[in-house]
Design a protein. Sequence first.
Length: 331
Amino acid sequence: MTAASQIPSEQNNGNGNGNGQTLADHVSLDLANIVAQLRGVRQLWRDAQQRPRDIRGRELPSRESLSAIVDGLRGALFPMRLGPPDLRQESEDYYVGYTLDIALNRLLCAVSLELRYHVRHGSQALSDADARALEIVRDFGATLPQIRSLLDSDVLAAYQGDPAAHSVDEVLLSYPGIHAMINHRIAHRLYLLGVPLLARLVAEIAHGETGIDIHPGAKIGPGFFIDHGTGVVIGETAEIGRNVRLYQAVTLGAKRFATDGHGNLKKGEPRHPIIEDDVVIYAGATILGRITIGRGAAIGGNVWLTRSVAPGSRITQASTRDETVVDGAGI
């Protein structure tokens, strides 16, 4: 028997060779030793992280469970567009109620897992994590009409801001920027309600699907439009006003990271830009630090900016180069 004949084909899916024999019948992989070594590595990590050894079941919710929850919420928010293909308007309310019942109960389980995790690791002092989880999910559910209204303003902004858009339905169904904003509006509310891990998972689902990276902590006003979208990055403490438009590959990031006396990063401090109302930022622009882009300003493509900009300004690569020469200090 040749070496090649010992390896199962894709047709056999690694489970056999068509004669009832498995890979283990031909090749010794020393699986017991690999499993034992992996157990040892896991335990070293858990001990270093001071993880308890008596946890049974999942300690945290999975990405798969969050993805199912978000799919349900998206359908409940836009039932006739993002719900099931055979849904009729006369059944709309029933579908929304049924779907929310499933999604919010799944969310309750996920919130409980995160809160219990925080309690075990000492970052929260909750006497009853499950009661707090129920309160969070009730508050979240109550904000769904507000989230829908914000998303309606985002869809309308995209339709009005893109001459290639033929209808609001096209925007909702196909624009990656809207896809990302649905997840962000959900994630931001979870972030504000005190479940940052769940919020981050919801945000990263959209990041993986669209290439748009919005931290759930970012505050974004109504009428927000990301055109094309791929490569956009919006940091945790960014604040964005009303009717702002970004193009692909825009970064709203941090200029530097403050540290404490021990050299550890200080977390949560404002370090990302403030973008006021009616600003347009064109493709490839990089805006860093806690600076303010004034109302009605337009930032040209590929501009690198680390200073505040007055309302109504028009900043281009040429203008920034001129300022470098005049001021002698760069941007």
